[in-house]
Ligand binder design. Structure first.
Ligand SMILES: [Zn+2]
Length: 348
């Protein structure tokens, strides 16, 4: 079969689309005929290499995909050939103290398909049964591939870790990105007053379309000052931050007393100044969040399948153009998700 792959970490030119040995499913795995995959920033990090990341090379990347079940391992009970499925990339052991407590995304052996182990951006992929969800007939493959990682991440950030209540004010940074545009929709659905930042007026009008009440162009304005102004100096109850060092100081400044920053990423760097003075005096919380539990994944994807939430597709490319997909992510162009489909399935 053909698969996206790289044999060493590096720039975008290490990415190839070439022959790869056909995957065979283990007892607890399902062989999926991949119809579409979606990119995440994680794919860029994995390609570049992360400290402590030691991959079997060549590595097939990709954490999000959807397709049709071709074959199931002998222990698989929930799926059979012909079923429509999407991948939910968080792998947990099911045995550690956190898993036993139902907190699967805290698993001590937690890892992510495509980041730590072989991913799903090929014509076929063998995926553990526990990492598949059913996709109803009628849901587009692009939608099914684009939703799982970012919508589960935003859902847990806002509703579980952030404990968002209706009527609260939420600021979503980078609202044009995958997690950002999911967070705007979920915050709006939860009844919050949604403030969103993006780098262009075009992206901001998209953010308004999907639920933002107030928008701030962060290229033209200091967003913390704008938030003070828009909220009558009060600040917001929650900031959703996946940007990291570049935004964290202003995220803290944007909070009302007793507010919280919820973070799921640090694209611009992991070590901003902590602002402990503001944290203790204003009684703020800084909360981490990663992926989600299977029940949360089911809950949020149900709302994607029924059309309540919509992953926006900014571009669909053949898998052989995955390097261009990385470029779109790295240049932060457009709004929403970049989808890749096997070249044999691509119809332009
Ligand atoms: Zn575990």
């Amino acid at each position: 079969m053909k698969a996206v792959q790289f044999s060493e970490h590096g720039d975008r030119d290490v990415i190839e689309y070439d022959e790869f040995p056909d995957p065979t499913p283990d007892r607890d795995e399902v062989l999926v005929d991949v119809k579409a995959g979606a990119l995440n920033h994680l794919d860029v990090w994995t390609r570049k290499g992360l400290p402590g990341l030691d991959l079997d090379m060549p590595h097939v990347p990709g954490s999000d995909a959807a397709g049709v079940v071709l074959e199931v391992g002998e222990d698989v009970t929930r799926f059979e050939p012909g079923d429509r499925v999407a991948v939910s990339a968080g792998v947990y052991c099911g045995k550690c103290e956190f898993c036993r407590d139902g907190e699967y995304s805290l698993c001590v052996n937690y890892h992510i398909i495509g980041e730590h182990v072989r991913g799903v951006h090929g014509e076929r992929a063998a995926v553990p049964e526990d990492n598949l969800v059913e996709v109803p007939t009628g849901v587009e493959w692009e939608t099914a591939a684009a939703a799982p990682l970012v919508f589960q991440t935003a859902w847990r950030m806002l509703l579980n870790r952030g404990d968002l209540d209706a009527g609260e004010k939420v600021l979503v940074l980078g609202a044009s990105g995958g997690v950002g545009h999911a967070a705007v929709q979920i915050a709006d659905y939860a009844g919050a007053e949604v403030y969103a930042t993006a780098s262009s007026d075009e992206k901001l009008s998209y953010a308004e379309e999907v639920g933002a009440d107030y928008t701030i162009n962060y290229d033209a304005n200091d967003f913390a000052a704008e938030i003070r102004e828009l909220t009558g100096k009060r600040g917001v109850d929650m900031v959703v931050d996946h940007v990291g060092a570049a935004t964290y100081p202003d995220s803290i400044k944007s909070l009302a007393k007793g507010g919280r920053v919820v973070t799921c990423g640090a694209t611009t760097g992991p070590n901003p100044g902590a602002s402990l003075n503001r944290i203790f005096w204003n009684q703020l919380s800084v909360i981490g969040s990663t992926m989600a539990n299977p029940g949360e994944v089911d809950d949020v994807l149900e709302l994607v399948w029924d059309g309540t939430f919509e992953p926006r597709i900014r571009e669909t490319l053949p898998m052989s153009e995955t390097a261009s997909a990385h470029e779109l992510l790295e240049e932060r162009e457009g709004f929403g998700k970049v989808v890749v489909v096997p070249d044999s399935e691509y119809d332009g």
